[in-house]
Design a protein around this ligand. Structure first.
Ligand code: GLC
Length: 612
């Protein structure tokens, strides 16, 4: 990734040790005025001393970033020998009181927000070890903890971008910190990544849509312009323009909204979500997702590799994971948006999309024995408004593995739906998050968990949880992955097992009143995960090997385990993450069901308008 060259900049000058960076900037009034210009391109977020005054304002056409006036700090980073003396920092906020001011400076990545310095030694349980490792993965920006590194594997020869803070990877870290009562790192993560949202990045002269959140960012220490003896810290985001395969991270903004809502619910502090810049950030993400396009479907149309599976895996189009996160983010945003004059249209569009999206997924993505049999007997080439086989699915598409995989009791949401194509693979994250967000109905949610129990040997086996089932092999693998040597059958994204998925499994099973499913999975994970050094993923059908190219000490494996443990110990906290279907949605959904030709064929149809 190219080093940042220009941007918002904070010189690191001589400082008073007592005035280290603190979140007091969040209440400060001086502001840094910043407008986009061509020089912003290719730039990272930097701290500068330039000062302006004004209101926090954040819109596609005019960006003003708030900043504390010359707050100064002496930073000490966990991974550098040299102790840079730095002045502080850009800052994203107003209206927040923080206790960071009173905290000691972080040393060796082990600061907790209550000021305790955790010991890296003397661990007495897997959980203690996990906490130590999680704290060691914390990344600091001008002295503030703002995220966690993707992997902290000391023996890895090629770091690639695993030394960055990934938005999606930080979600379980953030939730673990929230559940532990350590809120500051989550708030700062939310606010700093918000600042990166609007950053203009280009790939070959093309910029992604405003509102896109980066996949990851890195804190870089670079020489100070005009003074080589000094350094400054820079936040450098990657929107996919440096990522392998140049994949756009569609899930980042959706996860950001979900974490923001969890932060408010867990802390009771809604002042962050109510901030003008945060409200604008939410709206920018929504506008990007709700923008009109060529689609006939209410699902979000994306390219391959736009989510956790960030490589070519045949998930372009309307993959379930993105739809579940999209639905979840819409529900969370609806809860957080403050009503104001200009937002009525957006809220109306959001509500309409929620109804259409849930109908589409529940009706057309759902698969169980009954539905397979229906597809098996489909008529094709039905040109009409009341076609049953709307997407013209040819029954020959039903793969042979599916007949064995589908239990008599249970079902799941398929991976993707396109004209004449159903991707019958089971994708875990999409199914689990459909339960968590109530995108799936109550019956469907139970049926998904029934399937998990019935197919334990396939989906969990020796290590939870298969990212997808089954793997693509042979010619299919060659064509669909492009002969990707990392995604060979039963490895990595192609049927590998990812311990991080434990946390989503836990939230889903607690929501459905079936925590014993997660307990059993956690127990299994505990047999190996710490001994194996917290791998990123496992290989083989039964997850028996540590993944071929898996990183060790992968942060979201560690954090996923911690979230699962914390939630099982305190199941009511799962409410910070779950959403229940409200009566408006339920009513609108019933209207659509009764108007659906598939259900009413042969009966007189009544077309019912439904505007929520
Ligand atoms: C892999 C995963 C991706 C994750 C990244 C960093 O590329 O597929 O989901 O964010 O590693 O851990």
């Amino acid at each position: 990734m190219a080093a940042s060259e220009t941007g918002l900049r904070l010189p690191l000058g001589s400082l008073s040790p007592s005035s280290h960076l603190s979140s007091s900037f969040l209440t400060s009034t001086p502001l840094l005025s910043f407008k986009p210009s061509s020089s912003r391109k290719r730039s990272g977020l930097k701290c500068t001393n330039s000062i302006a005054r004004g209101n926090s304002f954040h819109s596609p056409s005019n960006f003003v970033f708030k900043k504390l006036q010359s707050t100064r700090c002496r930073c000490q980073r966990n991974d550098v020998e040299e102790k840079n003396i730095r002045s502080s920092t850009l800052l994203p906020s107003d209206g927040l009181k923080s206790d960071l001011d009173e905290m000691p400076l972080p040393v060796n990545g082990s600061l907790s927000s209550n000021g305790n310095v955790q010991s890296a030694t003397g661990t007495n349980s897997i959980e203690d070890e996990a906490w130590d490792l999680l704290r060691q993965s914390i990344v600091y920006y001008c002295g503030s903890p703002i995220g966690t590194i993707a992997a902290n594997d000391p023996n890895s020869t090629s770091v690639l971008n695993y030394d960055q803070v990934f938005i999606r990877d930080f979600i379980p870290s953030g939730i673990a910190f929230l559940l532990k009562g350590e809120y500051d790192i989550v708030r700062d993560f939310i606010l700093y990544t918000l600042q990166l949202q609007s950053w203009e990045k280009t790939m070959d002269c093309h910029s992604p849509g405003q509102g896109l959140m980066p996949a990851s960012f890195k804190v870089k220490t670079v020489p100070l312009d005009g003074d080589d003896s000094m350094t400054e810290e820079v936040l450098d985001p990657d929107f996919g323009e440096a990522a392998i395969g140049r994949v756009a991270p569609v899930d980042s903004g959706l996860w950001w909204i979900i974490l923001l809502r969890a932060y408010g619910k867990c802390t009771g502090d809604v002042s962050v979500q109510e901030r003008v810049d945060v409200q604008t950030g939410i709206k920018m993400i929504l506008k990007l997702c709700l923008a009109d396009g060529f689609d006939m479907f209410p699902t979000l149309l994306v390219t391959d590799g736009s989510c956790m599976i960030d490589r070519r895996m045949g998930i372009h189009g309307h993959p379930l994971e993105i739809q579940a996160l999209f639905y979840s983010a819409l529900v969370c945003a609806r809860e957080m948006l403050t009503p104001e004059d200009g937002s009525a249209d957006l809220i109306r569009a959001l509500n309409n999309r929620l109804v259409a999206l849930s109908f589409h997924i529940r009706e057309y993505y759902w698969l169980d024995m009954k539905k397979i049999n229906e597809i098996y007997r489909y008529q094709t080439e039905e040109y009409s408004y009341d076609a049953v086989n709307k997407f013209n699915i040819y029954p020959d598409q039903i793969p042979s593995w599916l007949v064995d995989f589908m239990p008599n009791r249970g079902g799941y949401l398929i991976g993707n739906l396109q004209p004449a194509h159903m991707d019958f693979r089971f994708f875990s994250l999409g199914n689990l998050w459909s339960i968590v967000s109530s995108l799936a109905t109550n019956d469907q949610s139970h049926a998904i968990l029934d399937l998990v129990e019935a197919k334990w040997a396939e989906l969990v086996a020796d290590m939870p949880f298969k990212i997808c089932y089954p793997a693509m092999e042979g010619e299919e693998w060659r064509i669909i992955t492009g002969s990707d040597p990392k995604n060979t059958p039963w490895s990595y994204h192609n049927g590998g097992s990812w311990p991080t998925l434990l946390w989503q499994l836990t939230v889903a099973s607690i929501k459905m009143g079936r925590p014993e499913i997660a307990e059993k999975a956690v127990e299994l994970a505990e047999r190996r995960i710490a001994i194996d050094k917290w791998p990123e993923y496992y290989d083989t059908k039964r997850a028996r090997f540590i993944g071929k190219q898996a990183r060790l000490y992968q942060t979201w494996s560690i954090a996923g385990y911690l979230v699962a443990k914390l939630l099982l110990a305190n199941p009511s906290a799962a409410k910070f993450l779950t959403s229940e279907e409200d009566s408006d949605l339920r009513n609108a959904f019933s209207c659509m069901i009764s108007a659906n030709p598939r259900r009413t064929r042969g009966r007189k149809k009544t077309q019912q308008p439904f505007i929520v």
